[in-house]
Design a protein around this ligand. Structure first.
Ligand SMILES: Nc1ncnc2c1ncn2[C@@H]1O[C@H](COP(=O)(O)OP(=O)(O)OP(=O)(O)O)[C@@H](O)[C@H]1O
Ligand SMILES: [Mg+2]
Length: 366
């Protein structure tokens, strides 16, 4: 049997570079598991923090060590430079022999330029199957405003929110106070101010007063042209994993617990600050509701392959509100997405195998 060559694309320019390396290491290990070695051969591609992409030995080294490769190190590391940030054109991507050898891509890049449809557009142009959502699903899943509009259309309950642009925040001094008045009147405090297109809680602030609101809007505007402000809820945070294309399945539901004020960057990425609890301690009927809503959300943004859907469960009222969908969720050995599937009877190596098969299935006509 000829092996399928899997282009494992990892690293990337976003703040989640290190998470991506860890996700790729876990996936590479799963592809080397006994049941997968006869089926797949790994061709790793590493995008450095400055946007340069390396093929050959350098990505193997990064997968082995788990340590990012700095810009100055690539020439001595045996890497084959296949693109640079100034002239990153499709031609350069296609010309190196390693890129042409790939049968199916497994992009495991988080955040901007990784799960927002940009790399998915490049892979679509290459006409080679790839794991995960296409351009539309990725872009919708990245932009919190577009995502919320799609959820609204699908009738999925969510917190009250207001979409704002950088132009409104940095407008003349007569307009800005009116904007803040309106936010206070419609959403109240506490509220959450978020750049629409980041991730990992970067640039997100919980605000409880007018001065905090003003500062948070100004800060969010420095990250993104598009900003969203949401009414804050007191709720437990539960997550559900989805796997499939046109007939996707939902996993058991998991819960995230932590002691900090909210699930901010430090809580997310400092060992021991947050715990995953699988299955979540919620009534069966709520679990079914969350699974059903996850599948609806998956369809609403046109996701494919995989997604993790995050919810707020307001215990006092038994209300379930959708928070967001992540089309390339964290995929390290301890991440919620693979853990949810492991608890649903799909171990990590089988999960990776199924994702690759789903990519091939989606690419083939009919
Ligand atoms: N409306 C809200 N009410 C209460 N808590 C919120 C609200 N919005 C966000 N939070 C808190 O902030 C955290 C981060 O917000 P959110 O999930 O929207 O962004 P993100 O995690 O940066 O996005 P991504 O998951 O794509 O990386 C949530 O997990 C939650 O703890
Ligand atoms: Mg989140």
């Amino acid at each position: 049997m000829t092996k399928l060559r899997v282009g494992l694309l990892f690293g990337g320019r976003s703040g989640e570079h290190e998470v991506s390396i860890n996700s790729a290491r876990a996936i590479a290990k799963a592809l080397s598991a006994e049941q997968n070695t006869s089926k797949y051969e790994i061709l790793p591609f590493y995008i450095q923090k400055d946007g340069r992409t390396l093929a050959g030995e350098a990505p193997q080294k990064v997968l082995g060590s788990g340590i990012p490769l700095l810009e100055s190190q690539e020439s001595s590391s045996g890497g084959h430079l296949i693109s640079n940030p100034q002239t990153q054109t499709l031609n350069q991507w296609q010309s190196p022999s390693q890129v042409a050898e790939v049968d199916v891509w497994f992009p495991i890049l988080h955040g901007p330029n990784g799960e927002d449809g940009t790399i998915q557009g490049l892979l679509t142009l290459m006409q080679v199957p790839f794991v995960g959502s296409g351009v539309l699903g990725s872009a919708m899943g990245m932009d919190k405003i577009a995502m919320k509009m799609a959820f609204e259309q699908a009738g999925l309950p969510q917190v009250k929110y207001k979409a704002i642009t950088r132009g409104q925040v940095w407008s003349n001094p007569c307009v800005f106070p009116k904007l803040c008045d309106e936010i206070e009147a419609t959403l109240g405090y506490p509220a959450f101010v978020k750049p629409a297109n980041l991730g990992s809680s970067v640039g997100i602030a919980k605000v409880r007063s007018r001065p905090e609101l003003e500062a948070a809007l100004d800060n969010a505007a420095s990250y993104d042209r598009r900003i969203i402000v949401e009414a804050g809820v007191v709720a437990r945070e539960v997550e559900c994993a989805v796997l499939g294309n046109d007939q996707p399945q939902a996993s058991v539901v998991g819960e995230i617990t932590y002691d900090s004020d909210f699930y901010d960057y430090e809580t997310k990425y400092t060992d021991g600050k947050a715990d995953l609890l699988i299955p979540a301690r919620i009534p069966d009927a709520i679990t079914r509701q969350i699974q059903d809503m996850s599948l609806q959300a998956f369809a609403a943004v046109d996701a494919a392959g995989l997604a993790r859907v995050d919810f707020f469960y307001v215990e006092a009222t038994q209300e379930v509100l959708i928070n967001e969908i992540n089309t390339l969720p964290g995929f390290t050995a301890t991440s919620m997405y693979p853990q949810l599937w492991a608890h649903s009877g799909v171990p990590f190596p089988e999960l990776v195998d199924r994702l690759i098969q789903l990519a091939v299935e989606r690419h083939s006509p009919n």
